[in-house]
Design a protein around this ligand. Structure first.
Ligand SMILES: NC(=O)C1=CN([C@@H]2O[C@H](COP(=O)(O)OP(=O)(O)OC[C@H]3O[C@@H](n4cnc5c(N)ncnc54)[C@H](OP(=O)(O)O)[C@@H]3O)[C@@H](O)[C@H]2O)C=CC1
Ligand SMILES: Cc1cn([C@H]2C[C@H](O)[C@@H](COP(=O)(O)OP(=O)(O)O[C@H]3O[C@@H](C)C(=O)[C@@H](O)[C@H]3O)O2)c(=O)[nH]c1=O
Ligand SMILES: [Mg+2]
Length: 283
């Protein structure tokens, strides 16, 4: 896709966007630091693109608890500044958000109109971005996704493969439920949504998108060990047995009906994508 500007270059989704949209312009931290929102808006005006995707974020969930100001600048103020600059230029803006905007209650998959209630700083800063983008007055879409994995960057698959190679057993939380999502499919979804906003065939809004089937972190870990051919036994533990600075939602299931209806995008099977990621990591 030409005329596309992407914030982020080295992250999981940015790397997959670069594979799928090699003609786009990618701004890394050295070209646009999201801790400087005004610089991000200026970068959009300078590049004069015909669409913008933000694939950069402060994603260290636990560290955000002790760095709330930086997390808010990067995750809220910068994307809102981007959305306002896009609104002024009359071009679409696509942002990626998270299951961590929800409080994790119940066991029903969340729909887009459900009440939010973030449990930590990361989720709160991502939610505030959604609200500021919607208020910016332009053409926009927010893709809420969950449990992103790929062969690049830091993610749960790489952590499990590293620990699984070092240990005979590993305890993993089995009471947090959600859908692992391949970064490659998120990149593809962002490009489809950007094109639809650009040609006017969709009007945008908030959309849920996650891999299927829903599982738990322990279930995900067992599938990783099996596919990577690691003998490490995964034991089920409760969230209370794995204390962390940030609280995480017990129910992260995302209902993905709306994105299928409005964009023809269906949930990818994360187990098949995991095969490709494990292969890429092992070769
Ligand atoms: N990872 C996950 O499990 C999930 C992610 N998301 C969302 O998806 C999107 C993409 O996430 P993902 O690809 O996993 O992210 P990664 O953590 O893989 O990458 C984050 C990217 O943001 C960049 N970045 C961080 N801080 C700054 C800064 N101050 N200035 C400029 N760039 C910065 C990083 O650059 P550098 O390499 O220089 O640090 C990196 O390129 C984000 O919006 C995230 O919130 C949603 C649900 C789950
Ligand atoms: C390493 C490890 C983690 N865990 C637990 C902690 C946590 O509940 C779960 C996953 O650990 P992580 O640190 O990968 O989780 P986390 O960084 O919170 O992952 C989240 O990142 C942000 C950016 C998102 O937007 C979310 O969708 C989600 O992907 O597994 C264990 O139970 N045992 C272990 O050995
Ligand atoms: Mg993490």
């Amino acid at each position: 896709m030409s005329g596309l500007l992407v914030f982020g270059r080295t992250g999981q989704v940015a790397t997959e966007l670069a594979r799928q949209a090699p003609d786009a312009v990618f701004l890394g931290r050295d070209q646009a630091d999201l801790s400087d929102p005004a610089a991000c808006a200026a970068a959009i005006r300078d590049a004069a693109p015909d669409a913008v995707i933000n694939a950069a974020a402060y994603t260290a969930v636990d560290r955000a608890e002790s760095e709330p100001d930086l997390a808010r600048a990067v995750n809220t103020d910068a994307p809102v500044a981007m959305a306002r600059a896009c609104a002024e230029l009359g071009i679409p803006f696509v942002q990626i958000s998270t299951d961590y905007v929800f409080d994790g209650s119940g066991d029903r998959p969340w729909v887009e109109s459900d009440a939010t209630g973030p449990l930590g700083v990361y989720g709160a800063t991502k939610l505030a971005a959604e609200q500021g983008i919607a208020a910016a007055g332009g053409t926009w879409a927010v893709l809420r996704t969950s449990w992103v994995f790929s062969a690049h960057g830091a993610n749960f698959v790489k952590t499990m493969m590293r620990l699984g190679g070092q240990r005979d057993t590993l305890n993993v939380v089995a009471d947090q439920h959600g859908g692992p999502t391949p970064a490659a499919d998120i990149a593809a979804a962002c490009l489809t949504m950007t094109a639809a906003l650009r040609d006017g065939s969709a009007k945008g809004g908030v959309y849920h998108f996650a891999g299927a089937p829903d599982t738990t972190w322990a279930g995900f870990a067992r599938q990783i060990m099996a596919q990577a051919d690691l003998a490490c036994q995964v034991g089920d533990i409760a969230t209370s047995d794995y204390p962390t600075p940030a609280k995480r939602p017990g129910n992260s299931r995302l209902d993905c009906t709306a994105i299928a209806r409005d964009f023809g995008i269906s949930r990818p099977d994360w187990r098949a994508a995991l095969t490709d990621v494990v292969t890429e990591l092992q070769t």
